[in-house]
Design a protein around this ligand. Structure first.
Ligand SMILES: C[S@@+](CC[C@H](N)C(=O)[O-])C[C@H]1O[C@@H](n2cnc3c(N)ncnc32)[C@H](O)[C@@H]1O
Length: 292
């Protein structure tokens, strides 16, 4: 999905064309890597709900305009405009292949009225666009592509300029000791049954000196075929403390950390609340919400 990972997917068990003329295609060959990504990585319902919660916590009203930086297949934009007939969404991404997939597979599912409220820009996120928005989201750790403080601060300044005076920026973060173990794999069954598949999120490398980190996503299907390294990411592993300092340097007034709550059995609830102090955990996901 990011520029440095295009066309790298390695579909295993393919064989050479001459040996496979009468063979049936494997499930990996039939699969669509963007569809698998959306099913395993994204929860647009949850994102839209969280953006509203975070905005309401600060302004006690409903947000209407969203900018989704690094939008990829812009599933969140689509969910946003579906959630209210007044809502508008702007999706920004550099990759035309990914945006095109979103048009052909996500945008088409919207009504004509909803489609009119989605605007897409194939451009760098570090550009000023008008009108400004209530909520600017940068999800799935995408700004970690900027590896130096000056690059991140430049991006945050631009993001701030793209937000209304009473607006917010939302970004997710991950961390915990497991994220620093090279070779660590998080696997999940995404869908059971004939069309089910497994999702693998691998920590390929982590350099403790400069925090350069590489990750990849692979998929494995019922017939044993795989799409290896469907997506690769080469990022700087930023910490919450560093990101909050950079937000302040870029001019944001405040920032808050939302941590996932647990039920009485210690199970994650999928709900996030503001926290200043939490116990350490081997692997966590959280949100930072910055007030313009
Ligand atoms: C990790 S994917 C995230 C996709 C989506 N936001 C999600 O939540 O799943 C990162 C996306 O950022 C895009 N991207 C990377 N650098 C960018 C930049 N400087 N400006 C705009 N888009 C960029 C890539 O094309 C890719 O689609």
């Amino acid at each position: 999905m990011i520029s440095n990972m295009k066309n790298k997917a390695d579909i295993s068990t393919m064989g050479t064309p001459s040996t496979r003329i009468n063979e049936k295609k494997t499930l990996a060959e039939k699969a669509d890597k963007f569809r698998c990504y959306q099913k395993s990585v994204q929860s647009p319902d949850h994102e839209v709900e969280f953006f509203e919660q975070a905005f309401r916590d600060i302004y006690q009203r409903k947000p209407y305009s969203l900018r989704e930086d690094f939008c990829g297949t812009f599933a969140v934009c689509c969910k946003w405009v579906k959630s209210d007939s007044e809502r508008t969404a702007l999706g920004v991404d550099l990759c035309s292949e990914t945006l095109e997939w979103g048009r052909a597979n996500n945008l088409v599912k919207l009504s004509e009225a909803q489609k009119k409220r989605v605007r897409l820009l194939k451009q760098d996120v570090r550009k000023k666009n008008r009108p400004q928005v209530d909520v600017l989201a940068a999800q799935n750790f995408s700004f970690w592509i900027f590896k130096t403080r000056s690059e991140v601060i430049e991006y945050f300044k631009m993001a701030r300029a793209n937000i209304k005076a009473d607006g917010i920026m939302v970004m997710d973060m991950m961390g915990g000791g497991d994220c620093q173990i090279e070779g660590h794999v998080d696997k999940r069954v995404v869908k059971k049954g004939k069309r089910g598949f497994r999702y693998y999120w691998k920590q390929d490398s982590y350099n403790p000196i400069n925090h350069d980190a590489s990750f990849s996503i692979s998929f494995k299907f019922k017939d044993g075929s795989r799409i290896n390294r469907a997506f690769e990411y080469h990022w700087r592993f930023w910490s919450i403390a560093e990101v909050r300092e950079m937000l302040a340097e870029a001019g944001f007034k405040e920032s808050y950390v939302y941590w996932e709550t647990e039920d009485e059995d210690g199970e994650d609830t999928g709900k996030f609340e503001r926290r200043d102090l939490v116990p350490s955990a081997p692997c966590w996901i959280s949100y930072i919400v910055a007030v313009r």
